[in-house]
Design a protein around this ligand. Sequence first.
Ligand SMILES: Nc1ncnc2c1ncn2[C@@H]1O[C@H](COP(=O)(O)OP(=O)(O)O)[C@@H](O)[C@H]1O
Ligand SMILES: [Mg+2]
Length: 237
Amino acid sequence: MERVKTGIPGFDDLVQGGIPKGASILVSGGTGCGKSIFAMQFIYNGAKQFNEPGLYVTLETNLKNLAWDMQNFNWDIKPLQDAGLMKIYRLNLGVSGDPANIEDQIEAELEVISAMVKELGAKRIVIDSTTAFGVWIREEGKLRGTLYKFVDALKDLDCTTLLTAEVRGDKHVMSAFGVEEFVADGVVALYFTPPFRSLFVRKMRGTNHSKKIHPLDISAQGLKVNPKDEIMWDAVK
Ligand SMILES: Nc1ncnc2c1ncn2[C@@H]1O[C@H](COP(=O)(O)OP(=O)(O)O)[C@@H](O)[C@H]1O
Ligand SMILES: [Mg+2]
């Protein structure tokens, strides 16, 4: 099986060298657990180390925050953007138009994303975060249906896709609406039990992945996983 390396130190070793090519992976966790940094690193490393163009679709952070995060890690993204190796796109639903129209808007956004992927020749896509759809679609059944269609349409783009989902509460909960984990080929859970951070590969199709919870660290160098050490499940909240 062809694998796509995240380039995140320590992570690829946990999943037999990388994410299965073409898979959709969910990165879940509470706020501040490192989901966006994980996702950014996937796109940045793809462009910088592996020469694979990537599209980062953000639904929540304003673009200034995102740039600020990247500067924080000393990532110089301008040359990569200029070389057509990465692109950041802010998906903003519901600014104009009424909520009843949301399905049409999402349809239109999918067209935009699809055109960008083709133009860029993107191999990697990030959607950060899927939870933000809940701001625009209040009715749960409709939200599930819409998200399902959205994620399914992304599959046709032939990229390796990383979706983030913000979760609250119990450590067993992997996504806010439940739907994402059924459409995902893999689930990576991030935890922050102050002062310790950790990462757990819950699911990865076709992969003999690590079954352990591994320490995670975020520093000025970005996010890194310790594949050798293990944290006990009871110590994670
Ligand atoms: N340079 C840094 N050194 C240490 N920790 C950092 C650094 N930059 C960011 N962080 C940590 O990362 C967190 C943000 O991670 P982020 O990926 O945005 O979380 P989320 O899961 O909400 O998307 C910050 O709250 C902070 O704890
Ligand atoms: Mg985030």
